[in-house]
Design a protein around this ligand. Sequence first.
Ligand code: GTP
Ligand code: MG
Length: 193
Amino acid sequence: MKFQEAKFEFSCVDPNAFPKHGFKEIVFSGRSNVGKSSLINKLFNKKTLARTSSKPGKTTSINFYKLKEPVYFVDLPGYGYAKMSYAQKEKISRLVECYFQSGRKFDLVVQVIDARHPPTKDDLRMLEFISKRSLPFIIVFSKKDKLKKSDYVERLKNIEREFLPFKSTHQILFSSLKGDGVLAVKKAISNFL
Ligand SMILES: Nc1nc2c(ncn2[C@@H]2O[C@H](COP(=O)(O)OP(=O)(O)OP(=O)(O)O)[C@@H](O)[C@H]2O)c(=O)[nH]1
Ligand SMILES: [Mg+2]
């Protein structure tokens, strides 16, 4: 796949109204502010395809991007944003839950996790959910550029240990700022299409 073009097609906020289509679906999941929307933008070398923000909780709907190929990239709202109101958190988690239970086929889940920190409880819950349902997935460790050089080797060792149960899947260190790992992510996604 060439990652030449993607267009925003629709946004879903209604858990009962996910679009039906015969195309493949690649889903981007992860904590709020971890860099999911930035990753999608980087893959297509566009700055504003998916809207990003330094404030967590930017994406509150499920956004579908149509590629030139018969494929959708789906940008999920992030989880774990402590400052969001209880009602809004509930609304988003119900939306995402309904999405995963809507009976569609997921060709790949791209689980994005901050390279700098150990996985949060929510990250592990998400990974367990994905594994239990036998959904194909890869892990992308974002914000590699923010990892201090002095912490780098130690962090890599810890990542190896923390994500040992998911060793069989692709694990890619990535930076949307510097571009590290972009080719590897593209290659990994292409493998599932
Ligand atoms: N330095 C650096 N900043 C990044 C990177 N990826 C994302 N960011 C920044 O992190 C912030 C959040 O990025 P988003 O892409 O909006 O995060 P998100 O996961 O889509 O967040 P929600 O929509 O809230 O779920 C923005 O200020 C981005 O510029 C990265 O690899 N390196
Ligand atoms: Mg986002």
